[in-house]
Design a protein around this ligand. Sequence first.
Ligand code: NAD
Length: 412
Amino acid sequence: MKIAVVREARTETRVALVPEAVAKLVKAGHEVTVESRAGERADFSDADYTEAGATIDPSGIGHADVVVSVNPLESSRVGLLRRGAATISFLPTGQSLYLVAALRHARITSFSLELVPRISRAQSMDALSSQALVAGYRSAIVAAGLMRRFFPQNMTAAGTVQPAQVVVLGAGVAGLQAIATSKRLGAVVKAYDVREAAAEEIASMGAKPIDLELESLEGSGGYAREMTEERAEQQRELLTPYIAEADVLITTAAVPGRQAPRLVTKAMVEEMKPGSVVVDLAAETGGNVEGSKPGEVVQIGNANVWGGENVAGQMPGPASSLLAQNIVNLITLGADEDGAWAPDFEDEIIAGACVTHDGEVRHEPTREAMAEGSADAEQQEQGSDDAEPDQGSDDAEQKEGSDETEPEGTDS
Ligand code: NAD
């Protein structure tokens, strides 16, 4: 099959396939084209890709069976793809309804890495986990870098330096990696998560699970459930003394499909000691910490509060290598015995990750959101002659830069 690697737009540092992954695909008999400088920001040169067996070709995406990128293709480029071609990328469908309509209209088979089911057979394709691992590691390194004190205990002739006290909130993939990294750096780590199973996982990393004696919030598929406001208030109150004692607070809590839960208020941060550091990995999705800003360090009380923004992309080489392996595994799953692209829609992983195929939106929640969107648009049109369908600001931006033919409206 023919595979094309896109050069990312905007400020993305990662690349969907690294040279090592290209070499594996070429060895398996596939043809790979790469847009010039696609890997530049992740420290891979065009020469690295050609050595791995790829061709540098700006028109590659127009001939490919499968087009791979980190971020979804801009809707202005969808028209360049072959009818029936596939795309594999992160694709947050809820924020990409206009793009999904364009993909459906162009009869592209699109796969969203966020939608790969979290079953054990799909672990090697789980890009959310691989990127969370990078972000979790990075969060501890950032905290250690911002803190003007030691992480480890030091016993010297001049006296003993006490180890840093780190508190981690949310002990999923990123949180466990933040714990492991903080431990390796020598800190004393305590952690809290609403899931019952998390306490054992926290302890297995050598950290102390914080027991607030609250009921656990287990949702479906091993994820957390959303908190009620009453529970959130209780949790914040009980966590306050732990946070006041900490030198470093790292927050990683998330509930799938929702804004990040607010775990820490400004008042709680204001209780922290001079020189404290807060790292909020959830800053981009609403923030676990009140007042954190993605991509910025803000001062709240005595603490420096670092808000994460594309945190995995801050280590673009390793993040891309792991992501590339996830993508290679997904491509391999979609190939037949002869190496041709022939995804089996009976397969739970293929079916679960597919957003559009053969002129249809396969992902039900997206289909419903599009139907609601077009109902809203109809209502707006009835109310005002100038009304535009509300496609969200991201899509509106893409639309502005696009000169493609307008895709059909959303499902009605
Ligand atoms: P996530 O990114 O959705 O959330 C991060 C963590 O935040 C979770 O552990 C969650 O319990 C926690 N959290 C949510 N609300 C909280 C609150 N109010 N207070 C404190 N913590 C809160 O989760 P994730 O890292 O993707 O992983 C979640 C679960 O899924 C874990 O059990 C993990 O082992 C499992 N998982 C399974 C697979 C697989 O089977 N393929 C892959 C990855 C993760």
